[in-house]
Design a protein around this ligand. Sequence first.
Ligand code: PGA
Length: 242
Amino acid sequence: MENKKLVVANLKMYLSTSDIATYLKKIASLERQNVIFCPTSIYLPYFVGHGYGVGIQNVAATELGAYTGEVSAIQAAGLGVQYAILGHSERRQYFGETNAQIHQKIIQCLRAKMTPIVCIGETAEEYQKQQTKEVLKQQIIACFRDLPAEAISKVIIAYEPIWAIGTGKIPRNEEITEIASEIKHIVVEKFHCHMIPVLYGGSIKCSNIEQLENIKNIDGYLIGKASTTEEFFRLLEVVYYK
Ligand code: PGA
């Protein structure tokens, strides 16, 4: 059976203007709706309309107006962008983004008919203290607060342990399985919504993708650094064509 997993390429701020032309040529033959490219905002128009999915890495918490430097969900959606990564740990850590702001951003995306990909994850310290489930629960409740089940059913969650991002370390398969099922369970229990997709992200590489593929209850992957290199095409081979 064909693998329906979503693969989200979070290109972060890696590619220069000259890199991007080469990158676009390399992905030109990919027509998969279930591969979603999330480039730096100014590159978005180059990615739209080629058969693969396109996402923005952040949106403003407000609609339109005097917010210098921001990009609203409605503006991105107007260009044909279908997804938005929200609450990535780099945004939380370097730009002080809070769950309350992420909540507003989810609302903006849903109004603009874009699919939010909401990132949640625990720090190394929280992981060591075995607080992961509690931390994730608090993040989910704060981000989804007061949203109706029908709205939440349109959201994707990306579980990204902060200690796994860019470090080469990943949780064991049993841990990811347990956490993915816990996340789905929290959403159903607290918001009376059906099970929503949960992706895993953090240090995904060719050396661990086959192992990750044995996990039964995740719906795809959020890939950072490796999505900006040749390695990405080998990863897609394993996920879709093995
Ligand atoms: P990484 O990043 O794959 O480079 O660890 C994942 C992410 O931050 O989304």
